[in-house]
Ligand binder design. Structure first.
Ligand code: C2E
Ligand code: MG
Ligand code: MG
Ligand code: MG
Length: 282
């Protein structure tokens, strides 16, 4: 409305600044209150077994139902939550919410992502055990997804994982192959599962090197007696190739996108009702 005039010169820069959201709170401020305001949701992405594509697990992924911007994906706010220190509160909410859903799908491993900040807090393992107990979840059903770089930070994360592993909770290494790979971690820490980052899956058919790395990781997992989950599978060709290379599980848009809980219910019902095959896809 008011282009500011100073010495006869219209200052459009000031004008633009005001229009650009001077009255709206920053995403940062909004995220500070989002958990308490009940704006977070969970969606669930199926994990399938190979080669049969049966439902083999579910990963909980966080979404933010933003009042102005609509439903935001985790990529759009988890890094911010880590930066501004909201991640511990957010992570606690995610864990409790996910564990509450676990009883709805008692036969399925439920994966929950955990941030470095959570894993470095002294009270983390106690908190997880409390949430598992209070929600009545079977410890064995919970799989915590952590990344490689989280594990080299200090001894605290390793200690938490050992305590939780003794309780029956499982650990998956997420985005495997993209962090600082200290392969020592694979033998000294209680790791049950390797999730091969989707960049290796994406280059499967593009280059011989991509396939070679995927194959090496899958072999490593097999030798160490771990489940191997290929992430970001988008095509039938990738699914076939991964099966040939020995992946035991997979996840990606080709099988299913992250879905609201009610759609997971539908898939489980359809899956059980189909006695001729256990395939997840319609
Ligand atoms: P992630 O744990 O590796 O999750 C996989 C991400 O890839 C998800 O994005 C998922 O929607 C996406 N994705 C799944 N299949 C495909 C596919 O076929 N193609 C492609 N291009 N993408 C696929 P999202 O939900 O945006 O999450 C991004 C990251 O944010 C996650 O990576 C995880 O590190 C983090 N995150 C998500 N939810 C939580 C949470 O509750 N707590 C914490 N600490 N981190 C979370
Ligand atoms: Mg995304
Ligand atoms: Mg994950
Ligand atoms: Mg990942």
């Amino acid at each position: 409305y008011h282009a500011k005039r100073r010495g006869g010169e219209t200052r459009f820069a000031c004008f633009a600044d005001t229009m650009g959201g001077g009255n709206e709170p920053s995403l940062e401020d909004e995220l500070q209150v989002a958990v308490g305001a009940g704006q977070l949701r969970l969606v669930f992405q199926p994990i399938v077994g190979l080669p049969d594509e049966e439902l083999a697990g579910i990963e909980a992924l966080c979404r933010w139902q933003h009042p102005r911007l609509g439903l935001l994906e985790a990529d759009a706010f988890i890094p911010l939550a880590e930066r501004i220190g909201v991640i511990e509160e957010l992570g606690r909410w995610v864990l409790r919410e996910a564990c509450t859903y676990a009883r709805r799908w008692p036969q399925l491993p439920l994966h929950v992502n955990v941030s470095a900040r959570q894993l470095e807090a002294d009270g983390f393992s106690t908190e997880v055990r409390t949430i598992v107990r209070e929600t009545g979840m079977i410890a064995n059903q919970l799989v915590l997804e952590v990344t490689e770089s989280q594990l080299i930070a200090s001894e605290v994360p390793a200690a938490h994982l050992r305590i939780l592993s003794d309780e029956g909770i499982r650990v998956a290494l997420d985005d495997f192959g993209t962090g600082y790979s200290s392969l020592k971690n694979l033998t000294t820490l209680p790791i049950d599962m390797l999730k091969i980052d989707r960049c290796f899956v994406a280059t499967l058919d593009a280059s011989a090197e991509g396939a070679a790395v995927a194959q090496a990781v899958l072999r490593l997992g097999r030798v160490l007696g771990m489940d191997t989950v290929a992430e970001g599978v988008e095509t039938a060709a990738q699914a076939r190739e991964l099966t040939l290379l020995g992946a035991t599980k997979a996840q990606g848009h080709y099988f299913a996108r992250p879905l609201p809980a009610s759609e997971i219910d539908d898939r489980i019902a359809a899956w059980k009702g189909n006695r001729y095959g256990s395939r997840l896809r319609a």
